[in-house]
Design a protein around this ligand. Sequence first.
Ligand code: FES
Ligand code: FES
Length: 165
Amino acid sequence: MEKITITLNVNNESHEVLVAPNDTLLEVLRDQLDFTGSKESCGEGVCGSCTVHMDGKPVRACLTLALEAENIEIKTVEGLANGDELSPLQQSFIDHGAVQCGFCTPGMLMSADALLNNNRQPDEATVRKAISGNICRCTGYAKIVHAVAHAHNPHQGCCDCNHKE
Ligand code: FES
Ligand code: FES
């Protein structure tokens, strides 16, 4: 299959890549651009571990063709931190013990980040809806939900962590 050169804008930088028509965005991000934070688990749109943003909306990178992502702003989990400084959401995951094996975490963070960009203080029901497409096999979700709800809404006596935005 003939390959073509396209430009992908990832985390505010442009990259020229040579892609086949059936290459997924996830394959190109991981294998060509070394953004290995996005994980492949099911590879068929079910688990959410590959979630990235396209123009601010969470999408499954395993179901998205790289060609569809040309000239769209793509954000991966690597784009959340500011240099060495974690985002409040990332720090909240740590402070609330929301990471176990961590395989689901990049996708969870990207779904949660999309929510928080529109609603900085969601209630827990809203968080659960936003991450309903992300499967975690480890945590039972309670700590993840709490970490998202309190990323920008730290302590109101609901738990004993020291999270500060
Ligand atoms: S790897 Fe994309 S949804 Fe599971
Ligand atoms: S922390 Fe292991 S799958 Fe979620």
